[in-house]
Design a binder for this molecule. Structure first.
Ligand SMILES: [Zn+2]
Ligand SMILES: [Zn+2]
Length: 131
């Protein structure tokens, strides 16, 4: 059972019966609600996630989209907008580059087949631009 209550992004109840699931989820929800130090928010940490998700360091609640690209220091390599949309890691260079949603569509890594057909790739990119 999964619930999405206000104040906690995501809670999964576990148990062998629906009743147990509900109690488990409710207990976690209370835990999450009582977690905050009065500020009303969790103490999110990214723990290596680049998609904006994170965990609360106090109660362990998982939240999606709790970080922005700016907060994570991730900026689109084309326009410089903070983004959690797409990233590429170059293992040899040890660098990671980011693309916002808009620029991912036009600059996404090309697939092997189009490497040999630059014209087809160019046309595909032009069509992409229009959409
Ligand atoms: Zn918390
Ligand atoms: Zn961009």
């Amino acid at each position: 059972m999964e619930v999405y209550p206000p104040g906690a992004a995501f809670i999964r109840g576990e148990g062998t019966t629906p009743q147990e699931c509900e109690e488990s989820a409710w207990a976690k929800y209370q835990h999450a609600l009582n977690c905050s130090d009065g500020s009303g928010s969790h103490d999110w940490e990214a723990r290596g996630y680049r998609n904006g998700a994170g965990f609360c360091s106090r109660c362990g609640t998982f939240g999606s989209q709790v970080f922005t690209g700016e907060q994570l220091g991730q900026f689109c390599r084309i326009c410089g907008t903070g983004t959690t949309y797409h990233w590429d890691t170059d293992k040899t260079a040890g660098t990671t580059t980011f693309l916002c949603e808009k620029h991912y569509k036009t600059h996404k890594p090309t697939c092997h087949s189009s490497h040999n057909r630059p014209l087809a790739q160019l046309l595909a990119e032009l069509l992409d631009e229009d959409s």
